[in-house]
Design a protein around this ligand. Sequence first.
Ligand code: SF4
Ligand code: SF4
Ligand code: FES
Length: 564
Amino acid sequence: MEMIKLNIDNRTVEVEKGTTIYHAAKKLDIEIPTLCYMNLGDLKIEHKPGGCRVCVVEVQGRHNLAPACATECTEGMEVQTHSIRVLNARKTVLELILSDHPFDCLICAKSGNCDLQDMAIKMGVRSIPYQGEKSTYKPDFSPAIIRDMDKCIMCRRCETMCNDFQTVGVLSGVNRGFEAVVAPAFERDLDHSECTYCGQCVAVCPTAALTEVDHTTQLIRDLADPKKKVVVQTAPAVRAALGEAFGMEPGTLVTGKMVAALRRLGFDYVFDTDFAADLTIMEEGTELLDRLTRFLGGDKEVKLPMLTSCCPGWVNFFEYHFPDMRDIPSTARSPQQMFGAIAKTYFADKIETKREEMVVVSVMPCVAKKYECTREEFKVDGNPDVDYSISTRELAMLIKRSNMDFKSLPEEDFDKPMGESTGAAVIFGTTGGVIEAAVRSAYEIHTGNTLKKIDFEQLRGIEGIRSASVDFDGVEIKIGMVWDMHASCSTTSKPARVSTTPLRLWLVRVVALVVADNRCTTAIPRLLRHARRPFTKRIKISRSVNRTKTHTSSSFMRSSLENR
Ligand code: SF4
Ligand code: SF4
Ligand code: FES
């Protein structure tokens, strides 16, 4: 590796050839402000469009200022990162960006959590000297995401996430100059695009141009209504993330305090989505056994491999992009929807409450869940199985708003019976947990024995895919999991870089079950395309038709509940 030396703020640093000024400065602990730049190290994504110019630095011998995030170091370079010229330029850049921004910070969904606002404070912006035309785009309200392009600063982080990471390809820059905006093709609304509602674009947007739909306003009304019985389920990821909003170490488990806070917020019953994860595992395991039995019995129509169906973003992706493959995922509902169905039937009967008087709320780590609970097949006479899905962030905000001292809350337990779960549900939240739990259940039902250990092996030549083999009483069953969508997709979309042959072999070998974590929304269909030709041409469908079939096996669930 060729190394070069340069000076930054009169200090010498040695870096590899090809390193940017931004990274070289970091090596010296010199922080250069950035806005459009994004580095998601874990996901191997570095987005450096060099668009905002907030990171400019002075390079000796160069007449204009250089964007540190997108300029490579050269041998002997002399860089000043915080000269008066640089500071003035950064402030001017920011004032120009803000000159086309609505000043509704006090009521903005991102207020207090906005990169643009933070930057304005850091740069000491106190007035906007530039007056001119302002953008007036119509806001786009979808069931999960709101697009307010008047707040877009064209950093294009969302495009990178949607195209390069998720490979859904919904967002791209349209129009030119002042009219330029990031939007679906032909500036359609998100709801009329192929958006999966994975929420990756929302997670990286530095302003409120992309935000999650707020469900808390209606929820507060229902909590205050004495005629309503409000039931809440909490996903496993929430209890590990909520503490961070109250100054605790990331990953601190706050299950007991979360339950206590929910009760104090006025929820009548506090339950655990792990309960429904158990049901999902039994449903998926049973369906897998059924498909395998039919397959081994000579049924040529049976669809294998079976794919898990827990993530609504990924189900949505299937329906919209691969309607000819809709019968491949499991027909089991997601845990959120299984819980909703049980709560509004079995549990409503138990507490003698009418469906219309019961409100079911989920606390989830993902915005696609907001979309999922609005789907027509999860409603009975227009009444949804899950009324509202709120995010961890929304729950934290509700707790703060009600003036609770979260840290000093006592540890409380979930209510019964839908607050109980097994170890299978607990491993649901870990990578490969769904497949392990489902295969274990199928194995136990089939053989009557406990499966000891599943040894997943990394597929050689393809990062992010693992497979394993399980002996089901003499029948060898191959299973697989994909968790690194980025790596997997690169094998399919850039065959020149990595041969797809091992991938096809892998898919031919995997006959039983494939599971993806919800960052893999798009990987598996693409992988399958390689293994299972010919497929019909891509068909454009509307969101309201061609739904994946789902079911909730009430007989199984009822018996499992009655046995508790
Ligand atoms: S939610 Fe996901 S699929 Fe939809 S626009 Fe954002 S990144 Fe793309
Ligand atoms: S919508 Fe957000 S992430 Fe996308 S370009 Fe605009 S400001 Fe950047
Ligand atoms: S952060 Fe470098 S140009 Fe935007």
